[in-house]
Each structure stands twice: as structure tokens, then as C-alpha cells.
Design a protein around this ligand. Structure first.
Ligand SMILES: Nc1ncnc2c1ncn2[C@@H]1O[C@H](COP(=O)(O)OP(=O)(O)OP(=O)(O)O)[C@@H](O)[C@H]1O
Length: 295
């Protein structure tokens, strides 16, 4: 395991030896000095959800964002697909501000399938802005349904599928436009433990085939380690990056059990200790059986 001592350093204005801009490709995803304060209209105090968050993600990297509830994980993800604008700083995908559309795939905890459309119809929905012909959309949808093992259910409706199958459809729908960045907001949180592990393996199998950037929000330490190249650990009040950790586990991981490896066990212990300290430090006195928050 490799730990960065400080939140990831970000060189906001890279300059060459003569003071000009360096001729380097921008990272696939750049978050630079981003802050966000929500200002409720009902008179409640403004709430700073994110403060000075910076992060560079190079292409073909699987990043998980981990941290206590309310630390701004979803807020950060919403900025990455252009649904929410930062107050300060910027988010860039391939050097450009993100726009909702086929370049960015999004998978949510709730499957968000349209009940009146077939499974194929739901996957085709994500392809409507791609400029593909109807026949191409159909072919692409069927290809991605085959990749997630649901060819037989192409003409079924969402209510005929289990939770795990529905989330595989949501995954196929997000992947079918072949986005350069896939954003996933606790996608497996509502699944039972066994289905969740199977979905993690499914996602790894697909990602290790086609790569690209994945940003995966989770509350699960184990899930973050199993899936990721890097883990961004966030803290709250206000939300900011506490630490960025590299996961030194070999790939492919989808056909092996990494849970018993020394690197996994050590990193898991370390992350739990950090998260536990954060939660205790912000807990009401008496909660968790202790009035003493760690110093
Ligand atoms: N539209 C909004 N208006 C006001 N406050 C908001 C809004 N969206 C988020 N917040 C607040 O910002 C903080 C961060 O929210 P966010 O959903 O990003 O956290 P999170 O880390 O994803 O939480 P969880 O792990 O519980 O899903 C929370 O305190 C939340 O109440």
C-alpha cells in the first residue's frame, strides 16, 4: 500500500522551462480547488459541503471515493457529470467542462429503469444522443446486454427481473454509449451481500476488458479495496480530501479472492481506523457508548 502524506498535490498552472505551458495531455479527470456551499432558501444557515477539493485521475484508472456520511461524495460526483456547478474551482474531463451526455455514464443506487420499456429499450435509451441509427442502437444494446449476461431477458420488462439483474441492466445502459468516464454512486448498496459481491466481480470483469476512468462512491471499505487502483478518503465538516491511497493488489481481481491477501487486510485495517476516528470525532457525546472523541 502506498499512502500520500498530503491530499493529492495539484499543479494548477503547469509551466515549461521557458515559462510556457507544458505540452502534456490533460489528465482524463481533473478536479481543481473545488468548493461548494449550499444556501437553503428557507432561512437555514448556508452549508459548505466541499472545500478546496483537488484530484487528478489519469486514464484507465479505477478510483473509489470513501468517507463518512455527508462528507460530500455525491456532491463531488454530481459535479463530475456537469449536473452541479462548483462555486470555486473547476472540474474538467479530458480538459473540458463536463456536460451531461454520452461521454459520461452514471449508475445510481436505485436502478432508475423505465417500467414501460423493455430491458433492451432501457439500454437503448442511453444511446439516443449518440447519433447511432436505430439498427445500430439495437445492435449495441444487445451486445451490452450479452456482456452482462442478460441476452435472454432483452424483451422482458423491469418488473420481471431481480434487483441484481436490474442493476446489471443499469450497468449495461451506462456502458453502452462507451463513455470515457463512468460515475457510480453506491450502485450496489441496495443489493444483498452475495449479489453485491457478484456484481463487483462483474464490474471488474467488464472494466478490466475496456478500462477508462471509473469513479465509484461507496461506504464499503472492502468494496473500495477490491475494485480500485486508488482510494480517495474524504472527511466532513466541511467535505475535503483527507488522503489518497494506492491499492497495491494485482489484477485481474475478478477471478481471485483478494480478501485474504496481506495487502488487503492491512489496508482495510488502516482505512477502518481512519473512518472510525472521523465518525467518533464528529459524534454527539454519548453516541457509540463514548463521550470521549479521539483527539
Ligand atoms: N441540494 C442541497 N441543498 C442543501 N444541502 C445539500 C444539498 N445537497 C447536499 N447537501 C448537503 O451537503 C452535504 C454533503 O452531501 P452529499 O450527499 O454529497 O454527501 P455524501 O457523502 O454523498 O453522503 P452519504 O454518504 O450519506 O450519501 C450533506 O450535509 C447534505 O445534507
Amino acid at each position: 500500500m502506498t499512502r500520500d502524506a498530503e491530499p493529492v498535490a495539484y499543479d494548477a498552472r503547469p509551466e515549461g522551462p521557458l515559462g510556457g505551458a507544458r505540452d502534456v495531455a490533460p489528465p482524463a479527470l481533473r478536479v481543481a480547488g473545488v468548493s461548494k456551499t449550499f444556501r437553503p432558501r428557507d432561512g437555514r444557515d448556508p452549508f459548505t459541503a466541499l472545500s478546496d477539493v483537488s484530484l487528478d485521475v489519469s486514464d484507465n484508472t479505477f478510483v473509489s471515493i470513501l468517507g463518512p456520511s455527508g462528507c460530500g461524495k455525491t456532491t463531488l460526483l454530481r459535479m463530475m457529470n456537469g449536473l452541479l456547478a462548483p462555486d470555486n474551482g473547476e472540474v474538467l474531463l479530458g480538459g473540458k467542462p463536463p456536460r451531461p451526455g454520452p461521454d459520461v455514464g452514471f449508475v445510481f443506487q436505485s436502478f432508475r429503469l423505465l417500467p414501460w420499456r423493455t430491458i433492451r429499450g432501457n439500454v437503448e435509451l442511453g444511446l439516443e444522443e449518440t447519433g447511432l441509427s436505430r439498427a445500430e442502437r439495437r445492435e449495441r444494446a444487445l451486445r451490452y446486454l450479452a456482456l452482462v449476461g442478460l441476452s435472454r431477458f432483452a424483451e422482458s420488462y423491469p418488473h420481471e427481473l431481480s434487483g441484481g439483474m436490474k442493476q446489471r441492466v443499469a450497468l449495461a445502459r451506462a456502458l453502452a454509449p462507451e463513455p470515457s468516464v463512468l460515475l457510480m454512486d453506491e450502485p450496489f448498496a441496495s443489493l444483498d451481500a452475495q449479489t453485491r459481491e457478484l456484481m463487483q466481480m462483474e464490474l471488474l470483469r467488464l472494466w478490466e476488458r475496456r478500462r477508462g476512468v471509473v469513479v465509484f462512491v461507496t461506504h464499503s471499505v472492502d468494496e473500495a479495496i477490491v475494485l480500485s487502483d486508488r482510494i480517495v478518503l474524504m472527511r466532513s465538516h466541511p467535505g475535503r480530501i483527507a488522503e489518497v491511497l494506492d491499492v497495491d493488489l494485482p489484477r485481474p481481481r475478478w477471478d481471485t479472492d483478494v480478501h485474504t491477501r496481506r495487502e488487503f487486510v492491512e489496508l482495510r485495517h488502516y482505512l477502518w481506523e481512519q473512518i472510525k476516528a472521523m465518525v467518533l470525532a464528529s459524534a454527539e457525546p454519548g453516541l457509540f457508548g463514548s463521550g470521549d472523541a479521539p483527539g
